[in-house]
Design a binder for this molecule. Sequence first.
Ligand SMILES: NC(=O)c1ccc[n+]([C@@H]2O[C@H](COP(=O)([O-])OP(=O)(O)OC[C@H]3O[C@@H](n4cnc5c(N)ncnc54)[C@H](OP(=O)(O)O)[C@@H]3O)[C@@H](O)[C@H]2O)c1
Length: 336
Amino acid sequence: MKYRRIVIPQSGGPEALQVVEADLPEPAPGEVRVKVLSAGVLLADVMWQEGKVPGGPKPPFIPGYDLVGVVDRLGDGVSAPGVGQTVAALVQPGGYTQYASLPPEKLVPVPEGLDPAEVVCLTVNYTTGYQIFKRVAKLTPGKRVLVHGAAGGTGSALLDLGKVLGLEMYGTASKPKHDLVASLGATPIDYRDEDFVERIRSLTGDGVDLVVDHIGGAHLKRSFQTLRAGGLLISTASTAQIWGESTTLELLWGLIQLPLWNSLPNKKSAMLFDLVRFNKKNPAWYAQDLKTLMGYLAEGEIKPVIARQMPLVEVRQAQELLLGAKVRGKIVLMCN
Ligand SMILES: NC(=O)c1ccc[n+]([C@@H]2O[C@H](COP(=O)([O-])OP(=O)(O)OC[C@H]3O[C@@H](n4cnc5c(N)ncnc54)[C@H](OP(=O)(O)O)[C@@H]3O)[C@@H](O)[C@H]2O)c1
């Protein structure tokens, strides 16, 4: 039997992605073969492909952080999860495929009745939000949060979750997406026509308790200025290099400054957050937090914003839509 996977043979953007057809291999001993139903598309995938993430894999590799699928066959020595069980996994890289063979400890069971397209919105975007809000910043209801890129896949997830957690939220986005930001319970800020630092000051008085910044570079300093005393800046990525808004030097300087800011006597702090590294250090938390989020989904407390569901082979167009900031919410690849 043949299957398809998407490979990046050499560093490059969406145009470099190739659909490869191959014979479907048996799972190796100790692994589980999963028939992939849905896989997430993230801006970070493009940064990995382009070699812009230090320590990232060298091509050729299969991009994609996460997937949801059904256990299809067990390798020798594996007895669970059983064939037919729906599972979710943070694979990074390796999500853009119709089948994946994975170690069973990576697989989190998905309760029956959940939509795989919605569940794959939780595996990176909502877990990032949950762990930042609850495990790192330890926010309580009423705390103020500023989320950049608030109408994107990760941004909309953070707001949807922040609503459940009772946070007071502000979100930067381009003007046409303000209705989405407002519908998720946040006050929208037009970062293109307004100075978001001044706007936060005028809206809140003394600033926010947490700001989540995926832009990086010189943007980090401005985000830090939105904090009130005791506030925390979390840098999750440096997408300014994608949008061409910062030079490499500015991006590096932004990251170097973070630990320096922690020694200032203003009671504010700053740190990096990386979902994969965070959960390598605390292996039990990922499954625990994803289960909590799947519970919220089952109860209808959260509702992921899905921009588009696209077939796996349309992955180039999917990434181009992300790079053009043309989407509201998350793009999901439907793989089988
Ligand atoms: N560290 C981690 O563990 C972690 C986890 C999850 C995601 N992330 C990172 O989060 C980033 C976002 O990923 P995503 O896939 O969710 O992207 P996305 O859906 O494409 O959303 C990003 C959005 O940001 C907006 N934007 C661009 N420039 C902006 C600016 N200067 N200020 C405010 N908003 C701006 C754009 O929309 P508009 O301009 O139209 O508003 C864009 O659509 C990625 O870099 C990813 O690596 C990191």
